[in-house]
Design a protein around this ligand. Structure first.
Ligand SMILES: Cc1cc2nc3c(=O)[nH]c(=O)nc-3n(C[C@H](O)[C@H](O)[C@H](O)COP(=O)(O)OP(=O)(O)OC[C@H]3O[C@@H](n4cnc5c(N)ncnc54)[C@H](O)[C@@H]3O)c2cc1C
Length: 419
């Protein structure tokens, strides 16, 4: 079957691989000059089913309102984004009710965990290299109350076969010795041994090559302007390089999925949540973390990825605008300085790469995968803060749905009009 995927981020490239492996004739249309040059480019690199809890936790409304006047807040709502968030925002807040929040957590955790197992198979069978780390992740806390809250929430992960340990002082240092200079400031940490990490950009480039080997085609520098509809189905894509047609179409255009789908009257409830990262060369420093450290207070993480430290995080609702705001970047520099004061002599500001990307955030924290109300149009988008973590599982699920295989999930679980 001839299938076109719009978007070569980590989700689109991984989908291309799974679909091509199933024997489909796949073409990926991407406006950039290569894979993963937008949101999948410089994320925190964490593969963390442990972070499947949706961002719209009970209390999110208060957090967002407070953020309006606070530039340092981990979550930031910009007034200019408000009109684009109206209907979406109501559903987003509605999903923050306790019962829904827990249901959504389980949905995401199951997909994330499934995804990691598939990623293990891919990495081992194809010998891919993407600066992978398989030693877990640690969330650290400055106050005991927040630590206890996370420990309680993490109990839900045990339902999916994941484990975690609450650690204090020396025990925390045994797992992550690099925290030594700040251990006295920390109330403790939660260690998730099943988590992993790796460079999503490198992985996307590697999996793209594997997809190409299986016959997939990637057309770079081509922008899809609109979807064309005839007799109730998608008939072609209008692109900057002429009209292109296939039997089936998949939208994996990250935060741009929603405006694209709108060209045929389809609503994809995804809105951009901007995040920032800085990539800092290690320059021979060997006192850094062995695994990603997530700092709950800063809502940011430090990940060792090859020869750089990637500090990433914060969430800003600012519309489809990926420009850099210095005060948000400063949060990243401050976290590095605070957690790793010993790194100062190695730090070279001129060699830091600053970046921002737009997380495609759904209303309930889980992605939309599968059929739409238009018969030959599918989606694989809305992965929010966990697109790298969920890419393999989402691609496999999409492939099973398109190919008519028995999927490992009930397809209704991730469809667009789930409630
Ligand atoms: C600061 C930050 C930290 C993060 N950390 C993590 C993490 O640690 N772990 C994790 O799992 N996730 C993380 N994420 C989230 C993750 O990066 C995203 O969920 C993921 O990259 C989304 O992938 P995607 O393929 O859906 O979107 P994208 O990577 O944005 O890909 C979409 C592609 O579609 C293309 N496109 C869009 N419109 C068109 C069009 N009209 N025509 C042609 N092409 C088009 C774009 O150019 C783009 O390449 C983080 C995100 C940010 C911002």
């Amino acid at each position: 079957m001839k299938i076109i995927i719009v978007g070569a981020g980590v989700v689109g490239t991984t989908s291309a691989y799974f679909l091509a492996k199933e024997g489909h004739d796949v073409t990926v249309i991407e406006r950039q000059d290569g894979p993963a040059l937008e949101t999948s480019f410089a994320n925190a690199g964490m593969l963390t089913p442990s972070m499947a809890d949706p961002w719209n936790s009970p209390g999110i409304l208060k957090t967002l309102i407070t953020s309006l006047g606070d530039n340092k807040s981990a979550f930031k709502l910009r007034p200019k984004a408000l009109p684009s968030l109206l209907t979406w925002g109501v559903s987003f807040l509605n999903n923050s009710r306790e019962q829904k929040y827990i249901k959504n957590l389980h949905r995401s955790a199951e997909l994330a965990w499934y995804s990691l197992k598939l990623l293990d198979d891919i990495r081992e069978n194809m010998n891919l290299n993407y600066d992978q780390i398989t030693t877990g992740s640690i969330k650290v806390f400055r106050d005991k109350e927040s630590l206890d809250e996370l420990a309680e929430l993490s109990e839900h992960l045990r339902d999916h076969g994941m484990t975690f340990d609450v650690l204090y002082g020396e025990d925390l240092l045994k797992v992550e010795p690099s925290l030594e200079p700040v251990i006295d400031k920390l109330a403790g940490g939660v260690y998730f041994p099943d988590d992993q990490a790796g460079n999503a950009y490198k992985f996307s480039c590697e999996i793209e090559k594997e997809a190409v080997k299986l016959g997939a085609k990637f057309r770079y520098g081509v922008s899809v302007e609109k979807l064309m509809k005839k007799y109730g189905n998608i008939s072609s894509l209008r692109t900057s390089d002429g009209d292109i047609s296939a039997d089936k179409y998949v939208i994996s255009a990250g935060s741009f999925s929603a405006p694209l789908a709108k060209t045929v009257g389809l609503n994809i409830p995804v809105r951009p949540a901007k995040g920032y990262s800085i990539s800092v060369p290690l320059k021979g420093w060997n006192g850094g973390p062995r695994m990603p450290i997530i700092d709950d207070g800063f809502h940011a993480a430090i990940s060792p990825l090859g020869n750089v430290l990637r500090i990433a995080g914060t969430a800003e609702f600012a519309g489809l605008d990926s420009s850099l705001t210095q005060s948000r970047l400063d949060n990243m520099y401050n976290l590095l300085e605070e957690l790793y004061p010993d790194f100062a002599p190695y730090f070279d500001k001129d060699q830091v790469t600053e970046w921002a990307g737009l997380r495609p955030l759904s209303v309930d924290g889980s992605p939309y995968i599968g059929k739409t109300k238009i018969d030959n149009l599918y989606v694989n988008t809305g992965h929010g803060p966990l697109g790298w973590t969920m890419a393999a599982g989402s691609a496999k699920l999409l492939t099973d749905i398109i190919s008519g295989n028995e999927p490992d999930f009930n397809p209704a679980t991730f469809n667009l009009d789930r409630s």
